[in-house]
Design a protein around this ligand. Structure first.
Ligand SMILES: Nc1ncnc2c1ncn2[C@@H]1O[C@H](COP(=O)(O)OP(=O)(O)OP(=O)(O)O)[C@@H](O)[C@H]1O
Length: 243
């Protein structure tokens, strides 16, 4: 593991991203979606990434959590230069350190909610029954404990989203990355999810990044980054007035 410092990167940063550029090919043309982003994500904070549709939020958080390679730049997650790892090392690093909640829930259709939520623990080698019990504790906290034995197809969209949230948190990862975690939820369920995220994902050696358009939860951020056309145009503790 390479833990040497890169330009201006605080040693305690949960994520240190430097010079992040991402291009996508579209036919004959190359579209630059991120234009050289430098940012640190601090442990102990819930950081929101907000901005208009197409501004590059999902692209940025995907790069920060090791699922989309940057065209240029470097990302360190808890000191590890993740894109210098081999594929298998990166898979292991993600499994042990990162929980994701993406807009597609990607639940396994043939296994029940408890087993879906337990997947990271089972992948880490835990006995299935023990992993299911741990997963059920989170499903209870998300108010869907009574749905634990149901298949994803028997659950509503909001219930599936909560199973995906339980799966992201069950192995107590040091970094939790969420894309619109409250989008499919009513206000009460959304608050419950945010409470659980804060309980599990915000600690002095942990960090949580949330992409959201949900103005019902803006007051819960410790820090807000605004992206516009692939650049960070605001970095502060409050939303800028024009949002
Ligand atoms: N795989 C891809 N191939 C080509 N273009 C892509 C790809 N992924 C994203 N883009 C483009 O990159 C830009 C940023 O997309 P991204 O999903 O990061 O934006 P976003 O801010 O998360 O949007 P939203 O709020 O709508 O989810 C968009 O113009 C999108 O069309």
């Amino acid at each position: 593991m390479d833990t040497s410092a890169i330009g201006g990167c605080a040693p305690e940063a949960a994520i240190c991203a430097r010079g992040i550029v991402r291009d996508f090919e579209s036919g004959q043309t190359t579209i630059r979606v991120l234009h050289g982003i430098d940012t640190d994500i601090k442990p102990g904070e819930m950081t929101y990434v907000v901005g208009e549709s197409g501004s590059g939020k999902t692209t940025l958080i995907s790069i920060m959590c090791g699922i989309l390679w940057p065209t240029e730049g470097e990302v360190r997650v808890f000191g590890t230069d993740i894109y210098s790892l081999s594929d298998s090392e990166l898979v292991n690093f993600r499994l042990n350190n990162i929980g994701f909640i993406f807009q597609q829930y990607n639940l396994i259709p043939s296994i029940d909610a408890a087993a879906n939520a337990a997947v990271p623990l089972i992948a880490q080698g835990m006995e299935i029954e023990e992993a299911r019990e741990k997963a059920k504790v989170l499903l209870d906290k998300l108010n869907i404990g009574d749905q634990a034995d149901k298949l994803p197809s028997q659950l509503s969209g909001g219930q599936q989203q909560r199973v995906a949230i339980a799966r992201a948190l069950v192995h107590e990862p040091r970094l939790v990355v969420c894309d619109e975690p409250t989008a499919a939820l009513d206000a009460n369920s959304g608050r419950r999810v945010m409470d659980l995220l804060r309980e599990v994902a915000v600690a002095k050696d942990r960090a949580c990044i949330i992409v959201t358009h949900d103005n019902r939860i803006f007051d819960l951020a410790d820090r807000i980054l605004v992206l516009e056309d692939g650049e960070v145009t605001h970095d502060g503790t409050e939303m800028p007035e024009d949002h």
